[in-house]
Design a protein around this ligand. Structure first.
Ligand SMILES: [Zn+2]
Length: 64
């Protein structure tokens, strides 16, 4: 059983049915984790805002 590193809520996904690259969602705090390894299970937090922030800053400079 894996728990969410953010809120320590048990993550309810089938550990033997997930593949690398799949996204699991913590239903308690809404954080998404990407499965980066399946044996053993390793999860990497998906940062939703980090990617967009740099893209927006670059776009603003181009437009002005
Ligand atoms: Zn959580």
């Amino acid at each position: 059983m894996h728990v969410c590193p953010e809120c320590e809520n048990p993550l309810t996904f089938a550990e033997d049915e997930v593949d690398e690259g799949e996204i699991v969602l913590c239903e308690e705090c809404g954080v998404q984790y990407e499965v980066v390894n399946t044996d053993p299970i390793e999860l990497s937090k998906v940062e939703e805002s980090g990617y967009d922030e740099s893209a927006i800053a670059f776009t603003d400079e181009e437009e002005e």
